[in-house]
Design a protein around this ligand. Structure first.
Ligand SMILES: NC(=O)C1=CN([C@@H]2O[C@H](COP(=O)(O)OP(=O)(O)OC[C@H]3O[C@@H](n4cnc5c(N)ncnc54)[C@H](O)[C@@H]3O)[C@@H](O)[C@H]2O)C=CC1
Ligand SMILES: O=C(O)C(=O)C[C@H](O)C(=O)CO
Length: 242
């Protein structure tokens, strides 16, 4: 599926953290690149096997490693758009303390680390930050308590950074996707009753695809959203309004 969005990002430098698999980050990266941006992507894996690596500059970057993140950020002096997309879930195992804190470290502290480390490069560009949260920021899930807590934190962090960095001309927003077909949701989708319950509840009657999120990222990064900061847009086919 190709991106449905049409925006002009010619000359813009876009960095998508967590785009190494054929998921939401990769779809956002493709959409920006199709619209003229120079796009760099990262992932925790040594190589990005599931994304057309020839299209992007790929960097391995572990967002839990503070030194690595600051070293990476220090080599970039101008970033127009930062997309924080790296995250994990340990669905069904997150009541275990070691998994709980690791999920928070990747999803929440990792987003903070990347944004904070890249603040000088974002300031230089009067840039935009887009944090990928989740509908689970607002819904409880006994399978994903750490994931949900981390995403609620990402939504809250978005508001605080939006206020703190407005003086630098930086806009900070979040997207809360609903249920999207990616590697991350594979465990959930193995449960046929869960999969059909999501479809039954969703007014648009399907799971989302990564490309369904890309247009919202481009909107938030564009001048069409020049007066939008500190918000979190839900993109879930209507699941959360039922
Ligand atoms: N798939 C879904 O239903 C939904 C996903 N999301 C969010 O969308 C974003 C993208 O997720 P998906 O495309 O579904 O998953 P994915 O599994 O395809 O992508 C996750 C990315 O995070 C990176 N990552 C994981 N641990 C990392 C670490 N320690 N350091 C650096 N990078 C790391 C991976 O390398 C990968 O590039 C995530 O923030 C996820 O929480 C939000 C709502 C729904
Ligand atoms: O339920 C799970 O497990 C998921 O993978 C859910 C998604 O990651 C999500 O964020 C739904 O909004």
């Amino acid at each position: 599926m190709t991106s449905k969005a049409s925006f002009d990002f010619a000359g813009a430098k876009v960095l998508v953290i967590g785009a190494s698999r054929a998921g939401i980050g990769a779809a956002i990266a493709r959409a920006f690149q199709d619209s003229g941006a120079a796009v760099e992507i990262t992932g925790v894996e040594p190589e990005c096997a599931e994304v057309d690596a020839a299209r992007f500059t790929y960097n391995q970057l572990d967002v839990t490693d503070t030194d690595e993140v600051y070293e990476f950020a220090g080599m970039r002096d101008h970033i127009d758009v930062l997309v924080n997309c790296a995250a994990i879930t340990r669905r069904g195992e997150e009541m275990a303390p070691e998994f709980f804190s690791h999920v928070l470290n990747v999803n929440l502290t990792g987003s903070f680390r990347c944004a904070e480390a890249l603040h000088p490069a974002l300031s230089a560009a009067k840039g935009r930050v887009i944090n990928v949260a989740s509908m689970y920021a607002r819904f409880g899930s006994p399978q994903n308590p750490a994931y949900g807590a981390s995403k609620a934190g990402v939504e809250q962090l978005t508001k605080s950074l939006a206020i703190a960095w407005a003086k630098d001309g930086i806009r900070v927003n979040a997207i809360a996707p609903g249920f999207i077909v990616t590697a991350q949701s594979a465990r959930a989708r193995k449960d046929a009753s869960f999969t059909s319950a999501v479809e039954a509840r969703t007014p648009l009657a399907r799971w989302g695809h990564p490309e369904d999120i890309a247009g919202t990222a481009m909107f938030l990064a564009s001048d069409a959203a020049a007066f939008v900061t500190g918000t979190c847009l839900i993109v879930d086919g209507g699941y959360s309004v039922v």
